[in-house]
Structures are given as structure tokens and as C-alpha cells.
Design a protein around this ligand. Sequence first.
Ligand code: NAD
Length: 432
Amino acid sequence: MERPIKVILVGAGNRAGNVYGSVALRAPDQMKVVGIVDPDPVRMRLMRECYQVPVENCFDDVSELVKREKFADAVINGTMDELHVQTAIPTLEKGYDLLLEKPFCINEDEMKQIVEVANRCNRKVFICHVLRYAPFYSAIKQHLLNEEIGQIISIEMCEHVNYHHMAVSYVRGKWRSEKLCFTPMLLAKSCHDVDLMMWLMRQKPTTIASFGGEFQFGLHNKPENAGTRCMKDCPLNKECPFSAEGNYLTNPTRWAQYVWKCLENEENVTVERKRESLSTDNPYGKCVWDFERDGNCDHQSVMVQFENGATGLFNMVGGSAKSERNIHIVGTKGEIKGTFEDQTYVVRKIDAFAPTGYEEVRYNLNETGDMTGAHGGHGGGDARLVLDFLGGLAGEETSYSATDINDSTISHQVVFKAMKAMRDGTVEKMDD
Ligand SMILES: NC(=O)c1ccc[n+]([C@@H]2O[C@H](COP(=O)([O-])OP(=O)(O)OC[C@H]3O[C@@H](n4cnc5c(N)ncnc54)[C@H](O)[C@@H]3O)[C@@H](O)[C@H]2O)c1
């Protein structure tokens, strides 16, 4: 394939439209957006103008797209979780390669279905596990590939989702209930972390246990005197951590892509207009405790036994003050420990003759500042993933971070088993 690689955005929302599509603006020699599928007229207009896409290449539905002769090299699918499989299969069958958002499916039946189609049609399918491409995790992976810490005995990881991220996405937002989005938080949010664990370990997972549940949200936790909307009738508005005024007006860029989406068709939106929106019909202005939770968790721990006897532990906690992902990998010859948000980690190598018992090197990745560096989206992972996908289509060798769909089935399956283990109080064996 020749560059720029021609892509069609299917579901031109925040991820496909704003994030991945923007590579075409920043690196026009690499990628060109030539088509759009999205039933939302506002998104369609904004994205069509942004990428200068001819109107005859714009469609409300994938079924319309696949009636046309193939006119691009690949599709970037950023529809919501429950639409991935049904919108991806027709494009694979039409012959398009695919960059598909995570989670790529919402259950094991869907997983088998799309994997079968991708393999039968012999299409390249990359899954957007963007964190594998973040300099922090890819540097850690490189130390493991160099066998610097020996065989991994244990890997401990945690993801602390801060209180305002928790509220905007998993309580007030699009992933608030499985009835609505079909994905529990472990799949919607932390399938990244489970994927990282599988990718770093490179051992077959055999057995999964999991505990967790809902701790602080849901109607039954609502304070007695709380109102229905923070800025309409709630006496706790100035002190509540989930105050819409504090989180979305005092801090206007905080989660703007979600909170102000309902106003994206309006021009020159003033603070007064935003205040009115949160006080009336904007879902992000509703009391955080009034949302039906439908069994969703706000914290969950997952334990994994691997075939070679090593173990993995992942802890997802929603509601922390600061978002933080920590990792600690202990091997037979040393260890690696770091914090993603700080972009720093340490490698310690066992040394019986050293006064401390080990040799230590500290790494700081904060220096790189371009769109693929540590300060780009997802710590630089978003753009690096797209560029690697484009390179793969152009016939180049893809990086060791590449997330082929067959590879991603392992982490998705671990998540499905963990959900079952937590809900049924069982210990689950992985399928062969
Ligand atoms: N990789 C990551 O780190 C990451 C981060 C956030 C979200 N996500 C995932 O990205 C996906 C999209 O999330 P988002 O926040 O961009 O959502 P979004 O709501 O902003 O975008 C989805 C778009 O799909 C469109 N759409 C709806 N029905 C459609 C259909 N039948 N055919 C085509 N388009 C249709 C909507 O109009 C909307 O524009 C989700 O699966 C989400 O879980 C991934």
C-alpha cells in the first residue's frame, strides 16, 4: 500500500474522529481520511469539515458503505463497545483492514465470531491497546525482552481511577451501567491493564480468581439531603467531591469531550449557557448517586495463575484522589518498579557483592515532548499505535507492541473469566 494510507472512520466520535483521525492532520504524508460512517449529523458535519471528506464518501450506516466499491485501504472503527463486532464484520468481509477500539467485543460469543471472520478474510486487525505503545510500558517491555531481570515470578499492577474520572465515565457517563453499554468497568477501562499483564508476562494464563463490587455509588448510598442536580437544588454542591460545578465549570477543560458534547452543535458557548445546561438537561449535571448502577463495580481485584507457576495481581480502584497506574515486576535476577503517570521507573538487578544487595538504575521518560512522546494521549500511546498500524499496512515490520486481534483474545478472555469468578464466587479455568 502507498502512503498516505487512506482510511474510513466508522464511528467518528471522540476516539476515531478526534484522536486517531487527527494523525491525518499532523502527519498528512502518512494518513488521509477519505470516508466517514456516523449516524450523528453533528459529528458527521464536524468531521467532514475537519478532514475535508467528499459528501459522496459519507454514510449513516456501515451497510451503505459496503454497498460501494472498496475505496480506501483501511477502516478505523471507534463506535461504542457494543457496536464493534456488528459494524466491523461487514467492513472486514468487504476487504478493509481494521484498527478497532478496545474492548473489541462484549462477550465470548462475539469474540469468537469476529476472530473467525478476521482470519477467514485474512485481514489485518489491530486492537487499540494504546498503552502497549506508551514509552513507559514499551521501555519496560524492552527490559524484559533483554532478559534483564530473569524469569518473572510475580507481576503486581494497579489502576487507580480518580474520583472525577470515575464519576464522568463510569457513574454519570457512557459506561455507567451494563444495561446501557454492555461492558463492566473491568472490560471498558481495565482491559488495557489486563492486556499489559498478558503482554509483559508472555505466559499462558491458566486460572483466574476475582473479588470486588460496588462501594460508594448507587441510590442506596445517596446522602439524605442531596438534591437531584448539583446546581439546581443540592445543598451539598459546594462540598461534594462530585459537584458538577466544581468539576465541570470551575475546571472547564476537565472531561470536556464528554460533558460538553451535548453543546457541540452550538457556537460561542458561554459559561452561563454551560451553567444552564448542567442545571437542566445535561446528564453530567445530575446527582452522582441517582444513576442506576446495574451491578457495575467501582473496585475489583484479579488474580491470575500462569502455566509456569508465576502469578499476577491486578487491582482496579475507582475513586482515588489522583489517577495512578503502578507496576512492580519481580524476576529471578531483579525487579522493575514504576508509576506510569510520573513516567519514571527503576530497574534493580540482584548483586550479592553490592552493599545494598542490588544495582539500581532510575529512568525518567519525561523529556520526550512530541505527539508520540510521553506527553501525547495515553502517555504517547495513541499516535504511536496509529503510526505502527499504518506502517504495517505499508509493508513495514510492526513493533513488539503490535496488538493483533488473535493476541488480544487472551486478555479479553481473562476479563470475561474474572467477571464470572467475581459474580459467581468461583475460581475459573481458562479454556484451552
Ligand atoms: N483506547 C482507549 O484508551 C479508549 C479510550 C476511551 C474510549 N475507548 C473506546 O473507544 C470507543 C469509542 O468511544 P468514544 O468515547 O469515542 O465514543 P463516542 O460516543 O464519542 O463515539 C462513538 C461514535 O459512534 C457513532 N455511532 C453510533 N452508532 C453508530 C453506527 N451504527 N455506525 C457508525 N457509527 C455509529 C456515534 O454517533 C459516535 O459519533 C469505545 O469502544 C470506547 O470504549 C477507548
